[in-house]
Design a protein around this ligand. Sequence first.
Ligand SMILES: [Zn+2]
Length: 97
Amino acid sequence: MSLNTRLRRLLEVSTALMLIAFLATALALRAPEPRSGAADNPVTLNIRTMVYHCPACDLTRHCGTDCVVLALAEARRRGGRPCTTCGGICLARAPGE
Ligand SMILES: [Zn+2]
């Protein structure tokens, strides 16, 4: 086996490995994204300010009857903006924080 042939084989193997790595990445990207599920997350929308919160956000305690609980996607569809304090969703927070 000449050096040239061995180099060519090495190149073929590394190309195949790169292809496998690419396919594995593509499959990983097709896994369910947390973001797609977040649209169903319940949020508390203040219908007066049109700001939506994580239902556990401290700022929702003061809005009383102005606040309605609905899905994140629905709050956005109504033109809601995320709260600057809680970010509008609870996902980023660890339990107990
Ligand atoms: Zn908030």
